[in-house]
Ligand binder design. Sequence first.
Ligand code: PML
Length: 262
Amino acid sequence: MTTPLLYSIRMRASAASHHISGAERLSDQERVSIIVQELMTRALSRGAAPDRIVVTVEALKGASLRELRSLDLTASAASDIADCRQAARTMLLSFGISPLAIEAAFQHLDDGPAPSGGNMRGAMIMDAASGTRLEPDHERGVRVSRFDWSDAASGEIDRSLARINLTHFRTKEALALATKVAYAPGIIAELCWSDDSTYTAGYIASRATGYCRYPCMKEKGIDRGGRVFFVRGDKLDKDPLLSFLQYDPVLITSVGSCIMSP
Ligand code: PML
């Protein structure tokens, strides 16, 4: 019996060469066209009209699929940006990330990290001591690709998140991405907040702490944000890290806990 082919489906939308939105899915052959349609609808539903939408469908021949359990999610109820940012900073410090690197990361996400101005398609990789950026292409960043929820885990995470009133597609997608990143070789932690001007949430994620979600990391109306992956620059083996993030397929087949912070 032959193993059914798995397809990676990636969407990215841009306007005047600036990144607007992106999404990642894995699918069997039967559902490729439905998912392509969903991603096109997504690309066209952001406030800014894209002038370019690229959807890539690629068969993952011979790639071995890694199955993971999603990170436990803890949602903070803090309603103030200063409180959310302070809690995020404290958590990053607890991983041994230097104040210099933390401030560099916040500054890049506040300013728009691409050298040409604006957001990046992918993430920054940052040395946790010096705050130096280590990703090969500072304009594009590193795009985390080839991950998704299995059908069963998808239904289960929808229900778990709904129980704590987190029903936006961004939470589910970010949790999947953060789970893959947390298992990447050499990653200490991830800092993220949304670059969508209507969405203010962000998180710190690591294997040790899970996904710690903060509802307001920036003001509404601000379209700056992105992702920073902290690493120990002096010990980093960059090729396996980049290869895992971009190419190794990960399916999330079981679901961690989802709770509001007490
Ligand atoms: C994004 O998709 O723009 C990043 C979303 C980060 C926070 C998602 C959440 O936990 O709701």
